[in-house]
Design a protein around this ligand. Structure first.
Ligand SMILES: *[C@@H]1O[C@H](CO)[C@@H](O)[C@H](O)[C@H]1NC(C)=O
Ligand SMILES: *[C@@H]1O[C@H](CO)[C@@H](O)[C@H](O)[C@H]1NC(C)=O
Length: 343
């Protein structure tokens, strides 16, 4: 009994000595706050010299979580900015740049960091696309300051692997006169035998403001690449077509079926593939709208009473039925969306 008390007392003292050891706070910080270091040299500098057009990569530190040993992992994901910088100090002291503090992250630091991440559009982890294009004054002819190449870095975190997108460098690109697909290069498995560059595409350009809310990806596709875990086992989403679209819009979505048909020349039933663009409704309906329920008898254009629908659902407003004979010799009916709208 007395021995146990003694042992506990000894352990407490030992713990106190360990905590109070000089310099241990700084070490503790270093150990807790690990900046992901395995980046090529061109990523480490912010390239403050840049070009006269002033579109440069700036440091942007983002906390992505905890690695498997429990250390916080901070990655310099970079961002493209038109801000002109004359010295590296100037770049480093940019206000929207998260600098690692000289002490462990306090609760307040953490909140600040999270808010900055939210403002700049997500954590940068799990493939979330941050708005890395800034409106450019620094680029000639109203050009865009945008990433030249982005690498997808896979990191082992406590909760499993995450993909973090790291901008390697930036350049000025002409602003497309109208909505179109522009190339956007992303590198997977960089600096490994599996390095693969994929043009994932991006939608850019102007759209008329009254009817459209923006230049959007209306058709996507996938590209498969080979990684260390097998041939073609990694699927990557790519933008295939862009168009000006409203808040709620139709996107293309293809489905393929087997259709049985009677071949007149061969005088027999044969099978062929039937592709149907069944469509998909994307987007949201944030604006409420009024629906007139009572009109003036004198002037029907005057609405006397209307119901306000606060928020609609983006859903099919028109569709077409496709009928064909399936492989199982049954009449199959597929509905394809022609148009989407807020309901
Ligand atoms: C295509 O992918 C983008 C993100 O890369 C997404 O915003 C968009 O909604 C997708 N469009 C379709 C038609 O799936
Ligand atoms: C019908 O069958 C003939 C002979 O097998 C073939 O050459 C032809 O392509 C078929 N037609 C269609 C529309 O598949």
């Amino acid at each position: 009994m007395a021995r146990d008390v003694l042992r506990v007392g000894f352990l407490c003292c030992l713990a106190l000595v360990l905590i109070a050891r000089p310099g241990s706070a700084a070490q503790g910080f270093k150990a807790k706050f690990k900046v992901f270091g395995n980046l090529p040299s061109r990523l480490q500098s912010s390239n403050p010299v840049g070009n006269q057009e002033c579109c440069v990569r700036h440091r942007k530190l983002v906390s992505v979580g905890y690695d498997i040993s429990g250390k916080e992992m901070v990655v310099d994901v970079g961002h493209c900015s038109r801000k002109c910088a004359t010295s590296s100090r100037e770049v480093g002291s940019k206000t929207d740049d998260f600098e690692p503090p000289a002490r462990p992250l306090s609760a307040l630091d953490r909140i600040r960091l999270q808010m900055r991440q939210r403002v700049s559009g997500g954590t940068g982890a799990s493939g979330s696309s941050h708005p890395d294009v800034e409106d450019a004054v620094g680029c000639q002819g109203n050009g865009l300051c945008e990433p030249t190449r982005t690498r997808v870095q896979q990191l082992q975190l406590m909760d499993g692997p995450v993909d973090v997108e790291v901008i390697e460098d930036c350049h000025c690109a002409p602003r497309p006169p109208s909505c179109e697909r522009s190339p956007r290069r992303k590198v997977y498995f960089a600096d490994t035998p599996f390095e693969a560059e994929v043009d994932i595409g991006v939608c850019r350009g102007r759209c008329s403001e009254e009817r459209h809310s923006g230049c959007k990806a209306v058709k996507n596709g996938t590209v498969t690449i080979t990684g260390p875990n097998g041939k073609g086992n990694q699927c990557i989403d790519v933008v295939k077509e862009c168009a000006c679209a409203g808040e709620c819009y139709r996107s293309s979505q293809r489905e393929v079926y087997y259709e049985v048909f009677f071949n007149e020349t061969a005088q027999e039933f044969q099978e062929r593939e039937k592709e149907i663009d069944v469509g998909r409704c994307l987007g949201s309906c944030t604006e409420g709208h009024h629906r007139c329920v009572m009109r003036s008898e004198d002037d029907p254009s005057v609405c006397l009473m209307s119901l306000f629908r606060p928020k609609g659902r983006c859903a099919a407003t028109r569709f077409t039925e496709h009928r064909f004979i399936s492989r199982e010799q049954k009449l199959q009916s597929i509905l394809a969306i022609d148009d989407c709208g807020c309901k």
